[in-house]
Design a protein around this ligand. Structure first.
Ligand SMILES: Cc1ncc(C[n+]2csc(CCOP(=O)(O)OP(=O)(O)O)c2C)c(N)n1
Length: 636
């Protein structure tokens, strides 16, 4: 807990910092930083992004009157100081714990959280909507979007800026520029921002240059037009932020976002300017904790760690699915020089980083631009490349139209490596990989597959390159049952399931990760005298219709299991098949296990699997409940 007598312990709302002196605000920043480092070392969380915005957040709450003035945090992973200042200091030790405080803004936690985020680059458009609503309703109050330079790589951010400049609505965009996304930021805009950052004379010169250029003489009427053009070009050369200014957005900065008085001053100036304003704040990701400053990528999001060394605690010895994917990708790239890999700002998270080292010319980080990644892959595929697009299930939601319009409709052989499919744990509702099967399964020509173990992930990737057409392979966060790759890829026929165990009392049709749980459940039930078949479905599309219909004819109970939304998922596909292929009286009882039709909050990954009945015990319980008393059943 915070020390009693500290400034931080006395803060219960932003009002409490209004009368603090500059010295006190600086002390407060130091206290927040030290408490944050200590507390996150126990709970885990987005440490580096939060350490970078301590002073910026204090300055914002000093200048603004939240919640009347609305602050929209882009991604929301940097909102810890805001949460502490806005009355949630006491809950901070429960950060990201089951039932505890969320790591992202949540309206249910506080009236100061005015917009929920988790996916990046929504803040400008969201804040613009609030500002326009304010004007229509004749209300007052500032609206401020705080967005990182990484988040500014997404098209959605530019759509917001484009409309803000066009509408001329009064709002403030604070660009928190630390030159990092999770990894070093990429793209031409990032290059432009670093040029603004690296030339300190820009800031000082702005007024002088403007005056000077405006005072340049224009001689005669014919010269006037060209002089205006020359003046315009000079401004481009000499003035910072002209890109924004040309869009109709006043640019202020760059300001050192760790300098509280300077940041307060520039924010106060921004308030006085009519129309949209962009405040360019420079910050250091991980500021104040040496291991995080040195490796801001590693400390972007962390589990619990040792304070002294910064080393993580409790890492698994079994390779994660992501690591297995990474190895398989490099092997396939070695075998086939048409294979290229694409990530949307997550080389480490998706395991495409190894590809970037081994085949730098065949690796592309397109920034936080999932729709762009999908369409870019489509373009590559039209010219004979075999793109592998590695994106988390939750973020691929952004690529939905490109998958339909650019990839599937054109029959292009793009492989989607859908990582973090299923429940993800501490990131919670905005990040759950719940919807991919449902948003992919109905797209014509798309193959949707899931491995039951690590080795099969490699086999599916290898086979996908041979099937052609669009293929999505989904796999969960963390490690699998530990079936390591034996060195040789095995070809899997598209749309074939595998019968792993026979049994006449019931059959479990499992898709992906839950297959191992189904096998365990069947083993337990066998000891109790019930013989339950287990099918590794491998595909949600196309289904192995023959095998599934055979099982449906042989057993009185079918249980489908998947770690995805039940609405529109694998179980739904099985039900559709049964109802379109069998007379009603021949359809056995079917139970569909999966994720319920609601947003699933943050929690422990394995506890949530248990909660939704997707582990061995849950599957066995479902079968026992449906079959009733064991004594009325005989073994197969
Ligand atoms: C649509 C989407 N894609 C990917 C991510 C994963 N992600 C979370 S934060 C982040 C980097 C954000 O960088 P920046 O906006 O500069 O903020 P910083 O962490 O540097 O403060 C990424 C890629 C996401 N949240 N949303």
């Amino acid at each position: 807990m915070t020390e009693s007598g500290s400034l931080l312990s006395k803060i219960s709302s932003p009002q409490d910092i209004k009368n603090m002196s500059t010295g006190e605000l600086k002390r407060l920043a130091a206290e927040i930083r030290s408490y944050m480092i200590q507390s996150v070392s126990e709970t885990g969380g987005h440490l580096a992004p939060n350490l970078g915005v301590v002073e910026l957040t204090i300055a914002l709450h000093r200048v603004l009157d939240s919640p009347r003035d609305r602050i929209v945090w882009d991604v929301g992973h940097q909102s810890y100081t805001h949460k502490m200042i806005c009355g949630r200091l006491g809950d901070f030790c429960t950060l990201r714990q089951p039932g505890g405080m969320s790591g992202f803004p949540k309206m249910s936690e506080s009236p100061h959280d005015v917009f929920e985020t988790g996916h990046s680059s929504t803040s400008i458009a969201g804040a613009l909507g609030m500002a326009v609503a304010r004007d229509i309703r004749g209300e007052d109050g500032e609206v401020v979007a705080v967005i990182g330079d990484g988040a500014l790589t997404a098209g959605l951010a530019y759509e917001g800026l484009n409309n803000a400049g066009h509408f001329g609505t009064k709002m403030i965009v604070v660009l928190n520029d630390n030159s990092m996304s999770i990894s070093p930021n990429v793209g031409a805009m990032s290059g432009y921002l670093s040029r603004l950052r690296s030339d300190p004379t820009y800031n000082r010169l702005k007024e002088d240059v403007n005056n000077l250029i405006d005072r340049l003489p224009s001689i005669g009427r014919t010269m006037a037009g060209s002089v205006r053009r020359v003046k315009g070009s000079l401004k481009y050369l000499l003035l910072p932020g002209m890109i924004f200014e040309e869009l109709g957005i006043t640019y202020l900065g760059p300001v050192d976002g760790h300098d509280i008085p300077a940041t307060i001053e520039v924010l106060e100036r921004a308030r006085r300017i009519p129309g949209p304003v962009l405040v360019h704040a420079m910050t250091i990701k991980g500021k104040g904790y040496e291991p995080a400053e040195k490796r801001p990528d590693k400390f972007h999001g962390v589990g619990s760690f040792d304070l002294e060394t910064g080393d993580g605690r409790g890492s698994s010895s079994t390779p994660s699915y992501t690591e297995v994917f990474s190895d398989a990708l490099v092997r396939l790239a070695e075998m086939d020089d048409r294979v290229v890999a694409i990530t949307a700002a997550m080389p480490d998270g998706t395991g495409t980083d190894e590809m970037s080292r081994r085949f730098p010319d065949r690796f592309f980080d397109v920034g936080i631009a999932e729709p762009g990644a999908v369409t870019f892959a489509a373009g590559l595929a039209t010219r004979g490349m075999r793109p592998v697009v590695a994106i988390y299930s939750t973020f691929l939601q952004r690529g939905y139209d490109g998958i339909i319009h650019d990839v599937a409709n054109q029959r292009l052989p793009v492989i989607f490596a859908v990582d973090r499919a299923g429940v993800v744990g501490a990131d919670g509702d905005t990040h759950q990989g719940a919807f991919d099967v449902a948003y992919l399964r109905h797209v014509p020509r798309v193959t949707v597959a899931a491995p039951r173990n690590e080795s099969q992930l490699g086999d599916l990737m290898y086979s996908a390159l041979r099937w052609g057409g669009p293929v999505a392979i989904r796999y969960p966060r963390g490690s699998g049952p530990g079936v390591t790759f034996d060195g040789e890829f095995e070809f899997i026929e598209r749309g074939t399931a595998e019968l792993l165990r026979r049994g006449g009392d019931a059959a479990v049709l499992a898709f992906g990760h839950p297959v191992a749980e189904a096998e365990r459940a069947a083993a337990v039930l066998s000891e109790e005298g019930r013989e339950v078949g287990v099918v590794d479905a491998r595909f949600a599309k196309p289904l192995d219709e023959e095998l599934i219909l055979r099982m449906a004819r042989e057993v009185p109970l079918l249980v489908t299991v998947e770690e995805g939304a039940v609405s529109g998922g694998f179980g739904s596909a099985v039900l559709e098949l049964l109802h379109s292929s069998l007379p009603a009286r021949e359809i056995p009882e079917v139970v569909v296990l999966g994720l319920p039709d609601r947003f699933i909050p943050h929690g422990d990954q394995s506890a949530q699997r248990t909660e939704f009945g997707l582990d061995a015990e849950g599957i066995a319980r479902t079968i026992r409940d449906r079959l009733g008393d064991a004594s009325s059943h005989t073994a197969d």
